[in-house]
Write a protein that binds this ligand. Structure first.
Ligand code: NAD
Length: 530
């Protein structure tokens, strides 16, 4: 008889390696992956209530290619209020069996789901290229991150399943263990269309909850693929229902009294609404409904006078314009110390002029199309505001052609209080401001309501420790780009109005998806029972 393999441990976790796109053989595999995906489009996305695929109330939504809006990528049934009701009931029905499984068994299902994704990584990345205009490199990184979440939370749940050590004294036995909450509603954005819904869902499932997932209306096809992966890994259908739709479907999920917790990633405006709605208990609801919310940012990079600009310029450009600035972690403002401000601005302007705006599938594209027409128009309005109240230091124009292509803009000389300096624009627009010194830069960062990511370029250890001590942001990056947090290495999430949650991809994230239960037993003998 061979012994069972030991359960996976967090020490055994390693990030999924990204594709080596510098290799010609890897690059040549991308075109065929896209062609075979195109031949299979559109992805059909039913409402999935456990094993039951429904047509919803008859209403549908379509996702389309931001680079060629005529191309329909997925057709999804919209989950009605009744469908959400049925999905929550099914998830509640499936909860006892899934929660009773040993953490190792649930972990095995998630790790098998990761293997399913790994075997289809090009197909999944191709779908991201089409559905969300993610350039190949970033689409691949998103698939890798989804795999990482599955592997990491599976392992973390095994460790959590062992409970925690408490102080023991003679005469009593103390225990602290963790129980799943029940049904978790997961509501996700489109900008990391596989990794983010996967992370929230995997965490909830790993510790024994069941999930009703509402993917973003812009990326239902990838929501469907996430469910396919989980089912293929062995997660039972009753543990993962899919409710495609837009705000109305999400609101129905938030309001449902059978939902025990909400995991939400998205904008501040929607997050506020969800937190307020979840605080209203429905009649007969016997629990509070915690909201784990990961929200937006207005992320600043501080450039000290002693910074190495050869290092700073490419890192700032990648942070601000990668994926057209549509990352919650993207750089939106540069606060540069006066002595080097003219030099930095001149070099950044040169770099912005040289950006290639184009289609997501082209490997030489720096700035792909933005997600939808409304996003393109919003960025345009902020660029016009920057031109009117400040100055455009550089702009790269998109080529003629279809898609939601947006100029890449570098703005400067903006007055304090300008919405360009305060709002999350979520597009390819970067504002540069000159500040007296690093303290003044820290004051500007401290004046913001958002506190998600931030950056610092400096060669002085004293400056680094000063900024580290002062910054309110959830993720500070020193002398590097401010995007691209890795699971297990840079636990990710914001403070202030950037979020309520413990950090995703970090050791504490799972704690939000469980209830703590402490048991104290009197172990003194009180005589023998006869
Ligand atoms: P969004 O807030 O518009 O939508 C997010 C999700 O909420 C979608 O599924 C949407 O259908 C749903 N929704 C909308 N109204 C709702 C309502 N009233 N009730 C319930 N659900 C509702 O955000 P988006 O445009 O999809 O994504 C971009 C935003 O997400 C940016 O603000 C970005 O900073 C943020 N984001 C944050 C993180 C993070 O980790 N902090 C990561 C990625 C994106």
């Amino acid at each position: 008889m061979t012994a069972a393999p030991p359960p996976p441990t967090l020490q055994g976790f390693a990030n999924e390696p990204v594709l080596e796109l510098r290799r010609a053989s890897v690059r040549s595999s991308l075109g065929p992956a896209l062609e075979s995906l195109d031949a299979a489009l559109p992805v059909r996305v039913p409402v999935s209530v456990g094993a039951d695929a429904r047509t919803g109330g008859g209403a549908r939504l379509q996702s389309s290619d931001p680079g060629a809006p005529g191309r329909v990528v997925a057709v999804a049934e919209i989950a009605s209020v009744d469908d959400v009701d049925a999905a929550v009931a099914e998830a509640a029905r499936g909860a006892p069996a899934w929660s009773r499984l040993a953490p190792e068994r649930r972990a095995q299902a998630l790790i098998s789901a990761a293997a399913w994704m790994r075997a289809r990584r090009l197909e999944l990345a191709a779908l991201e290229v089409r559905e969300c205009a993610k350039p190949w490199r970033e689409a691949d990184a998103d698939v890798c991150e989804a795999i990482d979440y599955l592997e990491y939370y599976a392992r973390g749940a095994i460790a959590l399943g062992r409970g925690r050590e408490l102080l023991q004294v003679p005469g009593e036995r103390n225990e602290l263990h963790y129980a799943p909450r029940g049904v978790v509603g997961v509501i996700s954005p489109w900008n990391f269309p596989l990794a983010i819904p996967c992370g929230m869902t995997a965490a909830a499932l790993a510790v024994g909850n069941t999930v009703v997932l509402k993917p973003a209306e812009q990326s239902p096809g990838l929501g469907q693929r996430l469910r396919d992966a989980l089912l293929a890994g062995g997660v039972p259908p009753a543990a993962i229902s899919l409710a495609p739709g837009a705000a109305e479907t999400g609101a129905a999920l938030v309001a449902h009294p059978g939902v025990r917790a909400i995991a939400f990633t998205g904008s501040l405006a929607v997050g506020r609404r969800i937190i307020a709605q979840a605080a209203q208990a429905a009649p007969g609801q016997r629990h509070f409904k915690p909201v784990i919310a990961e929200l937006g940012g207005k992320n600043c990079v501080i450039v000290a006078a002693d910074a190495d600009l050869d290092e700073a310029i490419p890192a700032i450009v990648a942070s601000a314009f990668g994926y057209a600035g549509q990352k919650c972690s993207a750089a939106a403002r540069v606060l540069v110390c006066e002595p080097i401000a003219p030099q930095l601005l001149e070099r950044l302007a040169g770099a912005v002029h040289a950006l290639a705006i184009g289609q997501a599938q082209e490997l030489d594209t720096d700035v792909p199309p933005v997600i939808e027409r409304e996003a393109m128009e919003r960025v345009g309005r902020y660029a016009a505001e920057a031109a009117a109240r400040g100055r455009i230091a550089a702009q790269a124009q998109p080529p003629d052609g279809e898609g939601w292509l947006c100029p890449a803009t570098l703005a400067t000389d903006l007055p304090d209080g300008s919405p360009v300096l305060e709002d999350e624009i979520f597009g390819p627009l970067l504002a540069v401001q000159s500040v007296r010194d690093v303290e003044a830069a820290c004051d500007a960062v401290d004046g913001l309501s958002y506190a998600l990511t931030g950056g610092l370029f400096s060669r002085d250890p004293a400056t680094v420790s000063r900024v580290r001590a002062r910054t309110p942001v959830g993720n500070l990056y020193v002398n590097r780009a401010i995007t691209g947090a890795m699971v297990g290495r840079q636990p990710f999430g914001g403070n202030r109005l950037s979020g309520t949650g413990l950090k995703a991809g970090g050791p504490d994230y799972l704690l939000q998806f469980v209830e703590q239960r402490a048991v104290c037993e009197n172990t003194m003998r009180h005589g023998l029972e006869v």
